[in-house]
Design a protein around this ligand. Structure first.
Ligand SMILES: Nc1ncnc2c1ncn2[C@@H]1O[C@H](COP(=O)(O)OP(=O)(O)OP(=O)(O)O)[C@@H](O)[C@H]1O
Length: 280
């Protein structure tokens, strides 16, 4: 597999909040173009803080973050958000305009694009997320949660960032809606070339969609690698109270029969079962 071109480089990152809480401790991380990554870890492990550092909302206490060659310490936030977008966990914390059009237009207007360019970007972003034209003038709060999330993503897309970080995209959604939003993020990754980072506590979703997992604990990176390899590291994961998906746990418990301990999906488990059964 060829290595993706590096787009974000995090070097010895430490982040401390104003009250002295050290949320990130010596983080080193490279994120490439076109990756689909999940940040996992128990509450308070530093996932959100790291994400806000990556898009320039927070400046490092020490260490450096280079995005597209620009150092986040010295790069104006308007330049950073054009490269790394962060979609809040709860769209209701992000949406504050009285209609969808103004919501999506807010970012492009804020970076002082011409009204013509703003219009083109809003139309494009609305089309990509599947927001019907009749909803343009509607207040976002009258939409379903799934649709509000799409408006939140559209408002980030309108800035055309290479990297989109989505904090807990499936919280409060049923399984059909979760698959819908994750399939949509996958299409942004595969069809439009965006690097996608999701923060998630839902391990079957992580197993199904992420190609790489960064597992955090106490402000540090505990594991970073291909999803199957990370989920095979049960002892390290247990330290941060992360349980691999049930299907992975099942494969691990019968690995002595020839099942791969990094099995991620039911489909893969069934295929392995057929092969093992055929051998008798
Ligand atoms: N505004 C703040 N001021 C002080 N400490 C904070 C602040 N926000 C977060 N923290 C602390 O920083 C640490 C990392 O928190 P962070 O929200 O980044 O973790 P997280 O992994 O995203 O958690 P969650 O899964 O609950 O969203 C925690 O100890 C948290 O209590």
């Amino acid at each position: 597999m060829t290595e993706p071109t590096p787009y974000i480089q995090v070097k010895d990152l430490v982040f401390r909040y104003a009250d002295g809480t050290q949320a990130l401790n010596n983080i080193n991380l490279t994120i490439g173009e076109g990756e689909f990554i999940a940040f996992i870890g128990q509450n308070g492990s530093g996932k959100t803080t790291l994400s806000k550092c990556l898009n320039g909302l927070f400046k490092p206490t020490s260490g450096d973050i280079l995005v597209d060659g620009l150092n986040s310490r010295t790069t104006p936030i308007a330049q950073m958000v054009r490269r790394v977008g962060y979609v809040f966990q709860n769209p209701d914390h992000q949406l504050f305009n009285s209609n969808c059009w103004d919501e999506i237009a807010y970012g492009p207007r804020n970076i002082e694009l011409s009204e013509e360019e703003v219009k083109a970007r809003v139309e494009e972003a609305a089309r990509v997320v599947g927001l019907p034209e009749e909803n343009y003038t509607e207040h976002p709060f009258f939409l379903t949660k799934g649709m509000r999330q799409r408006v939140a993503i559209a408002s980030i897309l309108a800035l055309r960032p290479k990297v989109i970080i989505v904090d807990e995209p499936t919280t409060g959604q049923d399984s059909r809606q979760s698959i819908e939003i994750m399939d949509f993020l996958l299409s942004l990754n595969q069809e439009r070339g965006h690097t996608i980072i999701v923060i998630s506590h839902v391990m079957p979703i992580v197993a199904r969609y992420a190609r790489r997992v960064v597992a955090m604990g106490m402000g540090k990176i505990l594991l970073d690698g291909p999803t199957d390899e990370v989920f095979a590291q049960t002892e390290i994961l247990a330290k941060t109270y992360i349980e691999p998906p049930q299907i992975t746990q099942l494969a691990q418990s019968v690995s002595d029969l020839g099942f791969y301990p990094g099995t991620l999906t039911v489909e893969s488990m069934v295929e392995q079962y057929k092969t093992i059964a055929a051998k008798g």
